[in-house]
Design a protein. Structure first.
Length: 510
């Protein structure tokens, strides 16, 4: 092969997002020589370069260490649920953790192909400033988010959803605003919830930003609802009355996330919508009067694309029924979060439809009219099933082992799961957990001199995760423990989200 340079290592990790960084750190700390290839020039993927700065899911293992190390330097807002990291320092902290583990980083390196021999990947081919380079390793982990290596290696995969005629989830580009009076915004939010404009259960009146958009539409200042949500992530350590925030708000629909022409359409569409949304915020939302668009995320907000087929294919039913696995390597308690691929009022689907009443999940009869709006191409089935926030499911190690190639693993938002399971698990906490487990798994595969990673007993990886302090041997703590112990009944709110509410209407909060 005519390559400018060759590199050799034990474990090659493709993609340096939350999953890839964690995979490289974990394998490096297990004593392996590691090369982490990242096509951009910093780590953290969508979390840092996509301005998705709030970490959802269980924050344990390397995810917890990352947040705590950032917090110790004043660059994270630690809170029980959805801690926030400052993206620029977040990138540098991941870089520090990767380098301290002994792993090597190759920035500006785009993995495009691989050479296979006897059922294994022999080398990956990447392009970078050096030209065409070849990286040889004993084991490989695809953390590209879009399963680029898996695609090149011929591993079977699915793309998008049959239910939505092959469309992916909607796409949302993050952005960063300066000069926001966050204190004023939070006070306005509180006042809104006490005002007559607020109405529990009415999606048009359940959040300040949404309510204000309908006002702007009525006044001819906005032609459509741009954001069905209200999430604003405050940047750590800043003056609350004049601070930076990040948002991911506007949606582009009918997306094909493996098509360069469509991806370009999405980016152009998002650029325009962000500008419209910022103009709206300035005029209508208290606290945003003086805000300035500081930056558009350098990475487009693609939620999903290719889904690898692994030794286990995680199904939405596994999550709805809080399924645990012997080789479970991460606990997961969040609701479904499938962003609707087609335009409509509802932003995300927080339930799945089933024809059987699923045991051990929160079920109610399908709410026909609303459900049909969310599933425009097929009539929904009989029941709606939701995850129970007081319970949790697990990700089995086998869902990270790629089928058909003996030395390839996957971690992050392209692991082996169906459309709604991915809509649920793809978030940053579990992505880092999967990365950590894949790094450990590859290391064990090498140490044990196995013929294929699928020969490795995932129970050993689970045990190693526990030894390293990941709380797989007990129920999730922190926020999830508070939710479990909160006295109240599960209620579906206006955003289709399940909440535990008490008689006074209180919830366990953020
Ligand atoms: C709009 C939006 C809102 C979200 N909100 C939240 C939230 O509030 N909380 C939460 O926890 N999660 C949220 N998520 C999900 C979360 O951000 C991602 O699912 C998570 O970052 C996945 O991590 P990853 O490492 O698998 O992939 P990514 O973060 O996509 O990282 C992949 C990395 O691989 C690199 N790469 C890609 N292809 C190649 C290649 N061929 N060669 C080399 N490098 C490559 C990329 O540059 C990138 O750095 C949101 C996602 C979106 C889009």
């Amino acid at each position: 092969m005519d390559t400018a340079k060759r590199f050799y290592c034990d474990v090659a990790v493709c993609g340096g997002g939350p999953a890839g960084a964690a995979a490289a750190i974990a394998a490096g700390r297990e004593g392996k020589s590691v090369i982490l290839m990242e096509l951009r020039e910093s780590l953290g993927g969508l979390c840092t370069n996509g301005y998705i700065t709030g970490i959802a899911g269980n924050v344990d293992g390397l995810a917890k260490e990352w947040v705590e190390r950032l917090a110790a330097e004043g660059h994270a807002v630690v809170r029980p649920h959805l801690p926030v990291v400052e993206p620029e320092f977040g990138k540098m902290m991941l870089e520090e953790m990767v380098l301290q583990s002994g792993a090597r980083i190759l920035y500006g390196t785009h993995v495009v192909d691989c050479i296979k021999e006897d059922g294994k990947i022999k080398s990956v081919i990447a392009y970078c400033k050096s030209g065409k380079v070849e990286i040889f390793a004993d084991a490989y982990i695809d953390c590209t988010g879009d399963a680029d290596l898996i695609y090149a290696a011929g591993v079977p995969f699915e793309i998008s959803s049959g239910e939505y005629c092959g469309l992916d989830q909607s796409v949302t580009m993050g952005f960063r605003l300066a000069y926001v009076n966050y204190k004023k915004f939070m006070e306005a939010n509180k006042a809104f919830r006490k005002s007559k404009d607020f109405e529990y259960g009415n999606p048009k009146r359940s959040s300040l930003i949404v309510f204000k958009q309908f006002q702007a539409i009525a006044e001819g200042k906005l032609h459509e609802l741009l954001s069905p949500g209200n999430i604003v992530y405050p940047m750590p350590g800043r003056d609350q009355e004049c601070m930076d925030v990040t948002l991911d708000a506007t949606h582009t629909f009918d997306c094909h996330n493996d098509d360069v022409v469509d991806l370009t359409r999405q980016i152009v569409d998002q650029h325009r919508k962000v500008v419209w949304f910022v103009d709206f915020l300035r005029e209508y939302v208290p606290g945003f009067e003086n805000c300035e668009l500081e930056a558009l995320a350098p990475m487009n907000g693609v939620r999903d694309s290719r889904y690898a087929k692994g030794e286990y294919f995680l199904r939405a039913e596994d999550l709805a029924t809080a399924r645990k696995f012997e080789d479970g390597i991460w606990q997961h308690s969040e609701p479904f979060d499938t962003h609707v691929p087609t335009p409509g009022f509802h932003c995300a689907i927080r339930h799945i439809n089933t024809d059987k009443k699923l045991e051990n999940s929160l079920v109610r009869p399908c709410q026909d009219e609303k459900d049909y709006m969310m599933h425009p191409f097929v009539r929904p089935l009989k029941w709606e099933a939701r995850t129970d926030p007081r319970d949790w499911s697990e990700i089995p190690f086998r869902a990270l082992i790629c089928r058909g190639v003996d030395n390839l693993m996957v971690a992050g938002r392209c692991f082996s799961a169906d459309f709604h399971a991915m809509g649920n698990i793809r978030i940053i906490g579990p992505s880092m957990g999967m990365g950590q487990a894949a790094g450990i798994g590859c290391s064990m595969y090498i140490d044990k001199k196995l013929n294929a990673i699928r020969e490795l007993d995932g129970v050993l990886v689970r045990k190693r995760m526990i030894e390293l302090g990941v709380g797989l041997d007990h129920a999730p703590t922190g926020y999830w423990e508070t939710v479990r112990n909160f006295k109240g009944e599960p209620t579906v709110n206006a955003g289709d989200m399940i909440e535990i509410r008490n008689e006074k209407g209180e919830t366990p909060g953020f």
